[in-house]
Design a protein around this ligand. Structure first.
Ligand SMILES: *Cc1c(COP(=O)(O)O)cnc(C)c1O
Length: 325
């Protein structure tokens, strides 16, 4: 498989994941459409059984490796949506998962992963310690370490979102996609550019820790300092040995922007109050970009990828209390 996902790879992925991942709806946002005098559509990945799109990539990866390598189990060190997807998918694909977490991960996150069907192994006091243990399980015990974004099967799995967008809205003008490791944007962009190259693709990252944007500007993978952000699922680097997503994002993305914490917070709140949807910060960055940057979308057909819902409702309550409503 080549490092850019071909439409063929994405078609195959769609077939591989269809029994376990949801084919999510694309619904109009009446309030955003009115506000921006455009047709704004929401791609609801928050409805996936694990609460985020990551399931697509994980299921495609597992299907591709199912014949030979899954019997000893799978592992990862992710505390977030990737870890949940690996935990949930392993059980349904007839294998088992061990998710390595540091002792700093809060008990509710540990419980969430256990509830998805995985064994949790607490190792050390940092994310790095947890990752080293996941690598050890892979090396010593023959478990498969499932990559979160920099892998052709994962990218093709996320690309199935782009295929569905093109089926439901083939004449889409513009799509806004949260950008972190670039598996999501790389996959969706590959599908869309192959079907409707006229559709503009904008990547959106928070101001804090935008490693892909810094890497694109440097022309090679760079590390950035991380800060707290409401879009916590967009944290983390792109890997200093990045093999696929940096090149792929560079080739399929038309432009990018960064959004402030204020804009992310008000977008989360607007999606909650007006669209009645509880979404996490990473899923609200597209709406934040419309608010904070002057994109010319008037009269156009625009999609926002609502990528996940893994947020403590208390965050919304706090944002709500902080506004003059
Ligand atoms: C992982 C994730 C993203 C970003 O995906 P990448 O492939 O890392 O760019 C966006 N939103 C949510 C909710 C995520 O979990």
């Amino acid at each position: 498989m080549s490092s850019t996902s071909s439409l063929h790879d994405i078609f195959l992925a769609a077939r591989h994941i269809k029994d376990l991942a949801l084919r999510t709806p694309l619904v109009p946002s009446i309030s955003l459409s009115r506000r921006f005098d455009a047709e704004v559509l929401l791609k609801l990945e928050n409805l996936q059984p694990t609460g985020a799109f990551k399931l697509r990539g994980v299921l495609n990866w597992m299907t591709a490796h199912a014949q030979t390598t899954l019997e000893k189990g799978v592992t990862t060190a992710s505390t977030g949506n990737h870890g949940r997807a690996v935990a949930w998918a392993a059980q349904r694909m007839g294998t088992h998962a061990t998710i390595c977490l540091s002792s700093l991960v809060p008990p509710n996150k540990v419980a969430a992963i256990e509830n998805m069907g995985a064994k949790v192994k607490i190792c050390g006091h940092s994310q790095d310690d947890a990752f080293i243990e996941a690598q050890r399980l892979a090396h010593d015990d023959g478990m498969q370490l499932i990559p979160p974004f920099d892998d052709p099967y994962v990218i093709a799995g996320q690309g199935t979102i782009g295929l569905e967008l093109m089926e439901d809205a083939p004449d889409l003008d513009h799509v806004f996609i949260g950008l972190s490791g670039g598996g999501l944007l790389g996959g969706i962009g590959s599908a869309i550019k192959a079907i409707n190259p006229h559709c503009r693709i904008t990547g959106v990252s928070p101001l804090e820790g935008a490693a892909m944007i810094a890497s694109l500007e440097a022309g090679r993978p760079v590390e950035v300092t991380e800060g707290a952000t409401l879009a916590d699922s967009l944290g983390g680097g792109i890997g200093m040995d990045n093999r696929h997503t940096l090149r792929l994002v560079h080739s399929v993305m038309d432009d990018y922007c960064q959004v402030s914490e204020n804009a992310i917070g008000s977008a989360m709140l607007a999606l909650f109050k007006d669209d009645k949807m509880l979404v996490e910060g990473a899923a609200a960055v597209g709406a934040a970009a419309l608010e904070e940057h002057a994109f010319d979308i008037q009269g156009k057909r625009v999609a926002l990828v609502i990528s996940g819902n893994n947020v403590d409702p208390a965050v919304i309550t706090r944002l709500y209390a902080a506004t003059n409503h």
